[in-house]
Design a protein around this ligand. Sequence first.
Ligand SMILES: [Zn+2]
Length: 209
Amino acid sequence: MATNLLLLAFGAFIGHLGPRLPVLIMTRGKGFNLRFEPHPEPMALTPHLTQRVLHMRTFYWSALLIALLLMAFGGASLRWGSAPFGFGLWLAASWLVLSRLQGAFGGGRPAPWTLEMAEELQKAMNASTGQDRCCGGPDPHWYHDGIVCRSCGTLHASMARPDLGRKRTDGRMMGWVRLLITDGYPLTTAAPAADGKELPQEGVEQGNL
Ligand SMILES: [Zn+2]
């Protein structure tokens, strides 16, 4: 009985971890982050940052494919291998598929990295270079809770910053644990917009861990 429970838990752990591996490891190497400030410093708005958001978005959705594979493995193990392990694997992987599809097709939590987020970054970048820029030397950075000009303090966008694939200061293991708990979602809520206009930013209403 205890062995079965352990196998079930192990299967569920693999089913939980497996689909998240791309987000956990793909961009954490030092070479991938040379163009970014080290975690957890605010990040300057550059095309590289916008590209990173889009990459994270791709990794997030690639989890669906991995989860489908794991569900197939789980099913096979249920039939021909260890039933508790297979069931745990199948359960965790199908839970991920269901919750992400729910996020995509209504009702559920939207992804931590979205196309709208990348567009918002681009808009803030444009606003800091155009005619009506905030000050003489605009230097917009993405802080925990929004995009703020370092020179004049103008809030360009009220948008909490999700994990952006940088190597985390809390070390690899703790970084993994934290990411497995948060799934990449920001730990802070978006800054209240000064002009009363708050950008659509759902899924950030969780407190600090
Ligand atoms: Zn400024």
